[in-house]
Design a protein around this ligand. Structure first.
Ligand code: HEC
Length: 410
């Protein structure tokens, strides 16, 4: 539905067929099996299950090693949390059935002291399913400055977590569990920013970590990004990451998950961005740059005979990039806009056919050249920040919508 709003807001002159399509899409979503949680209570429940799953994934390594319990308290906690996840997901409805099966698999893996990778795989699948059931979070538009964030940390957190975040503040001694050491890299690699944000917002039961309800959303996000970066070093070369990533995915997934499952961003880039998150907010790629990147990736996928992936990337090249500047380009050169849009449609069609390599390559060359012209035309007048921001937010396609999009385009 977010997609429909985008389309409508950005392309008010094109709402005919698209709004019909959106209606069908909304109806399909309404009646589809995957229901998006609607009440605040449901969202809180889902977020909490996701948080529990993430904890199990993070802490299991300190409970079990090589099939043996190495810390009995931790192990008991793992058993308790996995039991809780099973209970919270035993709701008699279709959406929860598969969650509940995964929760039981997790419980079995823990009780049979499986390898940490098995446990992490299941907790990560659980989180993905849970996140898909939640409405998208309102995300921060900007972070507070480093200085303002540090001063918040100093005043509210350093007494326990220590001035440099190592978990050694003046109040730390005697606390059980001890305040988190944010410089512990193994832990940080497995923690999503959403998990950290939730800990700050809601506190952690049975620990000294209080809920910081008095802080504003932007303050809490700034702190989450700050503490989530302390274990990583900012690399000086990292001025412009090779690929864009949506803020939503950046927040939802741990660095480890992002480095194994997203194409493009290297481990170094991920760590650099964690250490210096302002790059995510200030260095947003322009929509045309996104289109070019996604087309190049589609072309690689096509050459590797990964046709489904190529199609998804080509759709993203349009939706997450070009679509956002169509109106601005229209105002400057309508023919160029029409021609690029037409070529992007042709490219998507050619991509579905393995036999059309030559056609594909020449079409790519023409389109990339035209995108270059469009970029020059548009940079003569700067793009509004809002278009840049939207572009970086919507870069990756919302899962599950692709099939419907293809029905519409082909
Ligand atoms: C009174 C002590 C205390 C204060 C003050 C405090 N914390 Fe904590 N914090 C803890 C303890 C204890 C834990 C739990 C560690 C555990 O469960 O292993 C924790 C855990 C966390 C976690 C979860 C980390 C993880 O990887 O699971 C985050 C995030 C966090 N604190 C952030 C903050 C921030 C930000 C502030 C200031 C706004 C703050 N804390 C203030 C004691 C405190």
């Amino acid at each position: 539905m977010q997609f429909c709003w985008n389309v409508r807001l950005i392309r008010q002159n094109h709402i005919g067929i698209k709004s019909l399509f959106c209606l069908v899409l909304m109806a399909t979503i309404l009646f589809s099996k995957l229901s998006i949680a609607s009440t605040i209570d449901e969202v809180v429940q889902l977020r909490q299950i996701a948080q529990l799953a993430e904890y199990v994934g993070v802490d299991y390594a300190s409970a079990v090693d090589n099939g043996q319990v190495i810390n009995d308290d931790e192990y008991q906690e793992m058993l308790e949390f996995s039991q809780l996840i099973v209970e919270k997901t035993s709701i008699n409805n279709n959406d929860f059935r598969s969650l509940n099966e995964k929760a039981s698999a997790l419980q079995r893996a823990i009780s049979t002291k499986q390898n940490v990778n098995v446990v992490r795989q299941i907790t990560s699948e659980l989180r993905i399913s849970l996140l898909a059931m939640m409405p998208e979070l309102p995300l921060p538009k900007r972070l507070l400055s480093k200085e303002a964030t540090f001063s918040l940390f100093e005043n509210n957190c350093a007494s326990c977590h220590g001035i440099s975040g190592q978990g050694n503040g003046v109040l730390a001694s005697g606390l059980e569990p001890a305040p988190t050491d944010f410089t512990d890299k193994t832990r940080a690699e497995n923690r999503s920013l959403l998990g950290l944000f939730d800990a700050i917002s809601n506190g952690l039961d049975d620990t000294a970590m209080p809920a910081f309800t008095q802080l504003k959303e932007q303050q809490k996000w700034s702190l989450a990004f700050y503490v989530g970066g302390l274990a990583f070093k900012s690399s000086s070369e990292l001025t412009n990451p090779s690929q864009s990533i949506s803020l939503q995915n950046w927040i939802n997934y741990s660095p480890l998950k992002l480095s194994t499952e997203t194409d493009g961003l290297t481990k170094n880039e991920i760590e650099g961005l964690r250490a210096n998150p302002t790059l995510l907010f200030t260095n947003q790629s322009s929509p045309i740059a996104i289109t070019k990147t996604q087309l190049a990736a589609a072309s690689n996928a096509y050459k590797n005979e990964e046709y489904e992936k190529a199609k998804t990337l080509a759709v993203s090249a349009y939706l997450d990039g070009f679509e956002l500047i169509e109106n601005s380009l229209d105002a400057r050169d309508k023919d160029l806009r029409k021609s690029i849009e037409g070529n992007l449609i042709k490219l998507r069609q050619v991509l579905s056919n393995a036999q059309q390599v030559n056609q594909f390559e020449s079409l790519m060359e023409i389109t990339v050249g035209q995108l270059h012209d469009a970029e020059e035309l548009l940079t003569e007048t700067t793009l509004s920040n809002e278009a840049l921001f939207t572009a970086s937010l919507v870069i990756l396609l919302r899962e599950g919508l692709e099939a419907l999009l293809w029905l519409y385009w082909l």
